[in-house]
Design a protein around this ligand. Structure first.
Ligand code: UDP
Length: 534
């Protein structure tokens, strides 16, 4: 049916003629396959071959033109998970003349975003790998608007969180499986392929043990704008103050949840509510979380919902026995993003008698019965999981799927300690993130005192943006570097001019660098004033 609707909206013969005459056109951003997103006119897909097809003609365009480097290892990553060999994108090539011998193409008129979901069964992956990257890829290319069509090529079925993917645009996303319904050959009139990696903060440990990405480029502001947009689509409005315990009901249980809830209520004199993915809809969970002052949960994907917490809230993440919280930090990293303003606290079970292991479960739920007796004994005796790679380390799975009886005194102790250092929200809000501009009109004056004594007077004007800002503290940093030397003398100054006389040699060329600093840590760009004349 959608096919009929689509076909009515474009002139089929015009489209077919354009494809035959012009072939496919591709223009991409990104120097490497890991940072590339490509825009296509008339990218086609053969459901028979299960391949994308690029049609060459005299006026087709392929930029970058990589030749066979296109296969080393791929043109681009279809998912936001970097350089994963199951997530590569490429296409087959054919001359446009071959169209004569092929089934009639069906044209998709919608502007389409083609991508792979990485692991649509797991909520953390859904948000971190798919929803946030897709949301900001769509913001990057403004024709990917609310009318855009998303196509998921990883080959999975809808999965438990498909409603969340539906929030990205008003059109139903297509799965790879459904492309067959469009006939043997379909052509996307305009499409983008690939996902922005700008918003991801965590690497899952395929090449090195898991941890925060080396160069995080997203701040809490962008995460919160995304969260707000999603909440608007779910028609959610915030409620009042309470503590939420996010409970898991099948694995990695809190065995004394009732006791934990009582302790929290007593300690903070607040209402405590529980939520669980097994028992309620996702929007109703977000509704609750978006008004909470504290979220308490076992380590696990459900903690990604902390991105819906209000500013100033706290996340308390519980870890089973022998799991070191420092080594598994997707949620800590999220909470700690600048501008996220979430207070993060972790608690770990240090009492072996309070853990319940499940050695006889299937391996993917932490069972170890399939291992050598010796290896089983070693794992059972170990007090901490050593660092490891993703994704099938049996010791890690064994420990992370334990159930835990939370020791209330140590839990409350960690909470009290942790809440002591909770930054007040007022402070966080005032802390502005506006950086200084360049200092203006930098000037230098030199004067020779004696044959080996000289003075250097440097002055400058305030950065242009300062006059519009209320800044608590404005300082200037000046570096004086003798030309050709690697070292420099740094000075921090409160005023806009200074005369240097120490270590200044007459008739020597100095490079003078000046930058402005707001509130101790907001650095502006350096401006260089090069001195050549005495
Ligand atoms: N899950 C849940 N309740 C449970 C166990 C899992 O809601 O008792 C959810 C979990 O939040 C995640 C998915 O099921 O979205 C997969 O859970 P798994 O334990 O495999 O992954 P993890 O939580 O460790 O990322």
């Amino acid at each position: 049916q959608s096919q009929e609707v689509s076909q009515a909206r474009i002139d089929y013969h015009v489209a077919l003629q354009a494809l035959q005459e012009h072939g496919t056109r591709m223009v991409c951003t990104g120097k490497m396959h890991t940072d590339r997103i490509c825009r296509f006119d008339y990218l086609c897909y053969s459901s028979e071959a299960e391949e994308f097809v690029f049609f060459h003609s005299n006026s087709s365009v392929m930029l970058p033109n990589l030749g066979s480097r296109r296969f080393q290892p791929a043109l681009l990553d279809l998912s936001s998970v970097e350089d994963h060999n199951t997530q590569y994108f490429n296409f087959l090539e054919l001359p446009a003349a071959a169209l004569k011998f092929m089934p009639k193409p069906v044209f998709v008129p919608d502007i389409t975003l083609i991508l792979n979901r990485f692991n649509p069964d797991n909520l953390m992956h859904v948000f971190h790998d798919d929803l946030l990257p897709a949301y900001y890829t769509m913001k990057q290319y403004s024709d990917l608007d609310d009318e855009a069509r998303l196509v998921f090529m990883e080959g999975w079925s809808e999965g438990p969180h498909f409603d969340l993917y539906r929030l990205l645009s008003s059109k139903q996303p297509l799965l790879k499986e459904q492309l067959k319904n469009f006939g043997k050959l379909m052509c996307f009139t305009k499409s983008y392929v690939g996902l922005s990696k700008m918003t991801t903060w965590y690497q899952y440990g395929f090449v090195q043990p898991q941890g925060p990405k080396a160069n995080i480029l997203v701040s809490g502001n962008e995460i919160r704008q995304f969260a707000r947009a999603l909440m608007d689509k779910m028609n959610i409005t915030r409620k009042d103050d309470y503590i939420v315990v996010f409970s898991r009901s099948t694995t990695r249980l809190i065995l004394n949840e009732a006791e934990v809830i009582m302790a929290l209520a007593q300690e903070f004199q607040m209402r405590v509510v529980t939520v669980s993915l097994e028992e309620q809809s996702f929007p109703s969970i977000v509704q609750v979380i978006s008004g909470a002052s504290m979220l308490v949960s076992m380590h696990g994907a459900q903690l990604i919902t902390s991105l819906f917490l209000p500013r100033g809230a706290a996340v308390v993440e519980l870890f089973p026995f022998a799991v070191n919280p420092e080594q598994y930090t997707p949620y800590k990293t999220l909470a700690s993003l600048p501008g996220m303003d979430i207070h993060y606290i972790s608690w770990r079970n240090t009492k072996e008698e309070n853990t319940v292991t499940h050695p006889d479960r299937p391996w993917e739920q932490g069972g170890i019965a399939h291992l050598d007796k010796e290896e089983q004994d070693r794992i059972q005796a170990s007090k901490e999981v050593p660092r490891h790679l993703c994704c099938r380390n049996p010791e890690w799975l064994f420990r992370i799927y334990q159930d835990t009886l939370v020791d209330i005194p140590s839990f409350l102790e960690v909470l009290k300690e942790g809440m002591k250092t909770k930054p007040s929200l007022k402070k966080a809000k005032v802390a502005s993130t506006v950086h200084p501009g360049r200092v203006r009109e930098p000037k230098c004056q030199t004067s020779v005192q004696t044959t080996n004594e000289a003075k250097l007077t440097v002055s400058w004007q305030i950065p242009w943006n300062l006059k519009f800002l209320k800044v608590r503290e404005v300082k200037y940093e000046v570096w004086i570097q003798e030309q050709g030397e690697n070292t420099y003398m740094p000075y921090i100054l409160p005023q806009q001019n200074y005369t240097f006389s120490e270590n200044i040699k007459p008739f020597t060329t100095y490079l003078v660098w000046v930058r402005c600093i707001f509130n101790k840590n907001l650095l502006g760009p350096f401006r260089c004033r090069c001195l050549l004349k005495w």
